[in-house]
Design a protein around this ligand. Structure first.
Ligand SMILES: Nc1nc2c(ncn2[C@@H]2O[C@H](COP(=O)(O)OP(=O)(O)OP(=O)(O)O)[C@@H](O)[C@H]2O)c(=O)[nH]1
Ligand SMILES: [Mg+2]
Length: 404
């Protein structure tokens, strides 16, 4: 929460915590706490009170009135940060849509004062008319944004289809875990990374060389956070499609974070929510350089699942091992096959060599199904990714069948 506030540009002066057996419907926190908070607000001359939970419009209104300063709840704050950080037109549209959806449920708040003043009960006062006008404007704007996002969505789907022959890997993880830094180290890319939350809002995709003839498309995505507003997840659908359609996820964890385990849980819950929990996933524990001692790393290695990978994205430690693990996972579902091709089919032969791992290649003479003279041919035994195999099968089916 403190990091979120800092990211939004606020300076935190005090923190107030209350454990209540039951929430107060009117003010969320108890009466005594409201008084205490009010005292702090005036003593510090605070401009803003932030709640680490979502408040109802009524609670927001009541508390704002009592405290005499601006109030933001957790969703409101996260939306604000997203709005500040959105750079591309897609991210901006996604954030604005989420903001309007948030505002729509809270519209009454701004106008109650006016409507009570100018219009009596049962009469249609100017305040109420204003609300209706605003509602209509918001509805229209939401329709425009949804339309725009649908277009972007279609474009991105086409772009992704064009890349479908590559194995696709997505970086996922809690915000600030080091996803963009890892992307930069692996791809030699210049993706924006910083010690603030939600540095990345848009998916960026780069080609990463793992080994000779082995490359994947790696995508960096928006970070997850505890209690991520639901409407944000929905409006970022197109960015998150990248995750949903990946062949492999790299779940990046800040190993030094005190709430590490909770962050892992939150990420898994969010993955479940977007329907990507069943993807093959490698756990990547990042920032090992910042651990207190080598003993701590040894302890972690022993306590975490053996297939976990430990890296330092910023110091480029453990990246070779990570690449090997990615190759292993990729190759686990490779298809192995043998074909006989006319030696004259140079184009297909070259293609196979570029997308597959050739186990053996032998020059033979082969005859077609219709008999006839044997022709020079090549017998190839190779392994390749399922998507390449499907693509090759289509090309090979156009040739006549040869036997030796
Ligand atoms: N010590 C240390 N710091 C790291 C490492 N990797 C990343 N960081 C720092 O962690 C902070 C966050 O890094 P980012 O790469 O922006 O994190 P992210 O996961 O992309 O964050 P969001 O885009 O906000 O979700 C930055 O200050 C990085 O310099 C690492 O291996 N070691
Ligand atoms: Mg990032």
């Amino acid at each position: 929460m403190a990091l979120l506030a800092d990211t939004a540009g606020a300076v935190v002066t005090d923190r107030v915590i209350q454990s209540l057996p039951q929430l107060q419907a009117a003010t969320y926190i108890g009466r005594g706490k409201v008084g205490e908070l009010k005292g702090l607000v005036s003593m510090r001359a605070a401009d803003l009170v932030i709640f680490d939970d979502d408040l109802s419009p009524v609670q927001l209104r009541n508390l704002e009135k009592e405290l005499g300063c601006k109030l933001v709840d957790r969703s409101g704050l996260i939306l604000d940060i997203f709005a500040q950080r959105a750079k591309t037109s897609a991210a901006k549209a996604q954030v604005e849509l989420a903001q309007l959806e948030y505002l729509r449920t809270r519209l009454t708040r701004q106008w109650t004062h006016l409507s009570r003043q100018k219009g009596g009960i049962g009469t249609k006062g100017p305040g109420e008319t204003q609300i209706e006008t605003d509602r209509r404007l918001i509805r229209d704007r939401i329709a425009v944004l949804k339309d725009k996002l649908e277009k972007i969505d279609r474009q991105r789907t086409t772009q992704r289809k064009g890349r479908s022959l590559h194995t696709r890997v997505s970086l996922v993880g809690y915000t600030n875990a080091g996803k963009s830094t890892l992307m930069n180290s692996l791809a030699g890319a210049e993706v924006h990374a910083e010690d603030r939350l939600f540095a990345t809002l848009d998916a960026t995709t780069r080609l990463v060389y793992l080994a000779r003839n082995k490359q994947v498309l790696l995508s960096d995505t928006v970070g997850f956070i505890r209690k991520l507003p639901h409407r944000l997840i929905e409006s970022f659908k197109s960015t998150l499609d990248e995750v949903r359609e990946s062949d492999l996820l790299l779940h990046v964890v800040d190993v030094t974070h005190p709430a590490r385990d909770e962050q892992i849980r939150v990420v898994n819950e969010t993955l479940e929510e977007i329907g990507a929990l069943d993807k093959p996933t490698l756990m990547v524990f990042n920032k090992v350089d910042a651990l207190a001692s080598p003993d701590e790393l040894a302890g972690l290695r022993a306590s975490l699942p053996t297939e976990s990978v430990f890296v330092s994205a910023s110091r480029a430690i453990g990246l070779d091992h990570l690449k090997e693990r990615i190759i292993e996972v990729m190759e686990a579902n490779f298809v192995e096959t043998e074909v006989i091709l006319p030696a004259a089919e140079g184009r297909i032969l070259t293609h196979i060599h570029s997308v597959a791992e050739v186990i053996s290649q032998e020059y033979v003479f082969a005859t077609g199904a219709d008999g006839g003279e044997p022709i020079p041919a090549v017998r190839l035994h190779f392994r390749t990714a399922p998507q390449h195999y499907e693509d090759l099968k289509i090309q090979l089916n156009q040739l006549s069948r040869l036997t030796v």
